[in-house]
Every structure is written in C-alpha cells, then in structure tokens.
Design a protein around this ligand. Structure first.
Ligand code: AMP
Ligand code: ZN
Length: 489
C-alpha cells in the first residue's frame, strides 16, 4: 500500500511519491549545540528516526542529512559568557548529542554537516541573492532578505504577506509570526560576536551567517536543489523553514522540497518543554536516579517507547507516570517474547498453526496500514498488543506454540522493531543471560545436593564442609522452614 504523509505545505494527507524511484532525500534540522538536547528535542529526532526506518522498511534507500548548528545567536552568547572559543562550547555538546542518539537507538544520518564548515556554500547563496536584487545590505552592514520580493512568502506558515510590516527588519535568528520581516542572511560583526566572525569575504563584510541560510546551503549541497522530505518540530515552521524556502527557491528557481513534515511538541503540564522555560529533562538526567526528581533511573528504551506511543502530530505531556507505564509495557512485551521463544514442545498442532498464521498476517497488515497512514505509531503498537492477546489465547488453549510457532511470533516482533527501534530482542536476550547467571552450574548444584544429602543423613560435619565449599565459590546458603535457598555473594 502507498504511504501517506501529512504535508504542512498543503495542510493535508498526501500520497508519498519520491522524486527518484526507490530513493528518498531527507533533511532533518539538527541540534543547536549550545547545551544538551532535551527530550522534547528527542521527540522530534525519534519521530524522524521512525520516518526514516519506515521508509527503509518499505524498501526505499534513504539519504538522510542532519545538520549541526554550531554557530548562531545562542552558541555565540554562551562562548562569550564563558570566555571560550566557539568550538570549545560546541564540541562537548556534539559528542553528548551522538551519545544520546546511540542510547535512544536513533540510527545515524548519512552525513552530519556542520555550519562552521560550510560558510563558503552560504556565502555563494547570499551573493546570488544579492545579484538577483532579493537581498540588500542595510546601513548597519548586515545583509537582509527582502521578503516582499518572494511572492510565496508565508505559504508554509500560512501567514498573509499583506499582514507583514513592509521594510521592517529582524536581526535575531528566532522571532514570532506576527513580527514577520526581512531577516538577516549575513550579520555584520558587532562586539557581542567576540571572535566569532569571517572577514575574508570583502563584498559581504566582516560578519557571520544567519541561522536560516545555514540549512538552505547544507541541504541543497548534500541533497540537490529539489528533494523529497524536510522535517523538524512545529516551531521550525516559522520562521526557519519559511525562510529556507524563500532563500533556496529564489536562488535555484526550483521547488525546494516536496513534503514538509513537523512533529508536535513535548510539553510539561501543558507548556512546551524548552530550555528557556526551564521545564526540561535531558536524557542523561532521566537515566540517572540522582539527577531527576522521580528518584528513579529510567531506561532509554522506556523514554523511546513513551515518545513513540503518541502520534507525532499530537501534542504530548511528559510525566513520570507516563514513563512508569512505558516501562511496564515494555517489560510486558519482553516477557511475552521470552515465553514465545521458550516454546519447546515438539508437538505441532495444525489447528493452532493455522490460527497463528491468520493472526500473524492480520497483525502485519494492521501494523503496515497504521504506519502507511502518516506513521500512526499508537495504532501500529495496538496491532502488536492484539496479536499478543491472540497468541496468549492460543497458548492457553493449546499449551504451547511449539518452537516453530514461537519463532514466528518472535521474528514478527523483531521485524516490526526494525521500525520501532525498541531493542526488543536485545532486551529479551539480556534478560535470558541475566537469568542464566542466576542459575547454579551443574557442579554447584551437585555440591548443594550433596549437602542436603549429608544433612538428611545427619552428617553435619560433611554438610558444613559442603556449605563452606559453596561459600568459597561465592554462594551463600540459607535454610528456612520452606527449604533451602541460595544467593551469590
Ligand atoms: P533546537 O536545538 O532548539 O534547534 O531544536 C532542535 C529540534 O527540536 C527542532 O526540530 C525543534 O523543532 C525541536 N523541538 C524543540 N523543542 C521541542 C519540544 N518541546 N517538543 C518537540 N520538539 C521540539
Ligand atoms: Zn534547519
């Protein structure tokens, strides 16, 4: 079946048709590396990861580009406040970002271009815009984009050009819709920029690029003038993505992007999670019980589950209660898969096998139909829960799925998990290994049996000797009215 995505540009669901058959060009706006990313940012990155994984599941070859914004207003401010060079601020946060991506099982993009390494590409675009008379140098030396010169300005963000204040300018990178104005492509150096500037481009003057031109330059460099998908959080729609369109399309004369997709915000008590409001959680704070107010160490997969359990276009409130539910739900799935993997009976019941095949086929088509429908992850997860319920019924009815049946179920979940990225099989294996470690080796068991036998025969000296021998191997024995128990010490 065809995939349909909600395109912010048309405000409607559209069938996804790639420009080149079997291939997808995907640009996802990356982190501004002035601090640790918070889990609101990761909601967007996880949505993009699911998008990419599902396209791959459907057989597309995806070229995924994610930029690293390592020069803009906030990184510069932080460098100045800390009396540091820009890269001294950004390098550790870039490293932390990649570590968090790995923890959340977010697949690596094909390329992570950094803004500071693409200044030349930005300068070329700015020159072109100047040549075309769309950009102009203002009296303060900065270069602005004249939005009145771009007829489609406001289309993505759904603002009317007539409402915009003609001739007004905005120098900072982020601003609201109601202050839509000419925006900076190149910001002339001022003392707040400290030693962050480029002064080799005489026509532009000493300065640095604006945030929006960074993404126009890096996306087209790696994906061409016209590519399939461009994504971000809803706050990127305006001004960032609107400005990217204006800059790129004016330069190339081509349509920039076919599908614009945006994820809704992660909120805390109804407010957008953000650095500036201070209502944010970093991933590392959730994974460390001493760093979050719940006093618990949560697993990264519980965080990921929580993020994918709501559709990406629905606003979602973060809570520890939600994380608790996510943790339990994941544990339940892993337990269920262990049960299936351990179906050992070699009897093959044909009736059971037929019912299982029907359930598996239905689950597969329900899962794919949900994902085809604008990546509806909660409905896709519901297909897995329905399958679990049906399989449990079969186990109750027939006693066991048999190794073939068990493997079919486990393989099906593993296939879906290529899209969901919840590390279900790894968790199942890790649990099995932990339990195997919890069992006695045959030798240890023999010693324990010998001790019990000696006790029975009232040979207490021998029983004590066996106990000492077990203790020497790190196994402590406890006698209780219910019998003997042991633990590793
Ligand atoms: P930034 O590092 O601020 O540029 O943000 C990186 C990405 O995270 C962008 O795509 C934002 O739209 C997205 N983002 C920021 N805050 C949230 C949030 N509370 N929920 C979801 N996505 C967010
Ligand atoms: Zn961007």
């Amino acid at each position: 079946m065809a995939i349909r995505f909600y395109n912010t540009m048309s405000r409607s669901l559209e069938e996804f048709k790639p420009i080149r058959e079997g291939k997808v060009g995907l640009y996802t706006c990356g982190p501004t590396v002035h601090d640790f990313a918070h889990i609101g940012n990761f909601r967007t990155y996880v949505f993009e990861d699911i998008l990419r994984r599902y396209l791959e599941y459907k057989g597309f070859k995806v070229k995924h580009v994610m930029n690293i914004t390592d020069v803009e207003d906030k990184t510069i401010r932080k460098a100045r406040e800390g009396h540091k060079a820009l890269h001294e601020i950004t390098d550790p946060f870039i490293e932390a970002f990649f570590a968090d991506l790995d923890k959340l099982n977010i697949e690596r993009a094909s390329v992570y271009p950094r803004a500071t390494q693409h200044i030349e590409d930005m300068v070329k675009m700015i020159r072109k815009l100047l040549e075309l008379g769309i950009a102009y140098k203002s009296e303060d030396g900065s270069i602005y984009y004249n939005i009145a010169k771009f007829p489609g300005y406001g289309r993505l963000a759904h603002i009317k050009v007539a409402d915009m204040r003609s001739g007004a300018r905005v120098a900072q990178d982020e601003y609201e819709k109601d202050t839509a104005s000419d925006f900076a492509l190149w910001k002339a150096w001022d003392e707040n920029d400290g030693d962050v500037y480029w002064d080799q481009y005489e026509d532009l003057g000493k300065g640095r690029p604006g945030w929006h031109i960074e993404c126009s330059a890096m996306s087209t460099k790696y994906l061409g003038n016209h590519f399939d998908l461009h994504t971000g959080g809803v706050d990127n729609i305006f001004p960032h993505h609107q400005n990217e369109i204006a800059q790129t399309e004016a330069c190339t004369g081509e349509t920039f992007v076919n599908y614009w997709m945006h994820s809704e915000h992660l909120q805390v008590e109804g407010e957008k999670m953000s650095k500036s409001k201070g209502n944010f959680y970093t991933l590392r704070s959730l994974l460390d019980k001493n760093q979050n107010s719940s006093g618990k160490a949560w697993s990264a997969m519980a965080v990921r589950y929580l993020l994918v359990s709501t559709h990406y276009r629905t606003r979602m409130d973060f809570s520890f209660k939600g994380l608790e539910v996510a943790t339990d739900t994941l544990r339940g799935i892993v337990e269920f898969l262990r049960e299936c993997a351990n179906s050992k009976s070699d009897k093959l019941n044909l009736q059971m096998a037929t019912k299982l095949t029907v359930s598996l086929e239905r689950a597969k088509s329900d899962f794919e139909r949900a994902m085809d429908d604008d990546l509806n992850t909660p409905v896709a997860l519901a297909a897995l829960f329905t399958l679990r319920r049906e399989v449990k019924k079969l186990i109750a009815e027939y006693g066991d799925l048999g190794p073939v049946g068990g493997k079919l179920v486990v393989d099906f979940f593993a296939g879906c998990d290529k899209v969901l990225g919840l590390r279900l099989l790894e968790s199942m294996k890790a649990k099995e290994e932990a339990e195997a470690e919890d069992a006695l080796t045959p030798e240890e068991q023999a010693l324990l049996d010998a001790r019990q036998q000696a006790r029975k025969e009232k040979d207490f000296a021998k029983a004590d000797q066996m106990r000492a021998e077990l203790l020497a191997r790190g196994i402590a024995i406890m006698d209780s009215p219910k019998g003997v128990t042991w633990k590793r010490v």
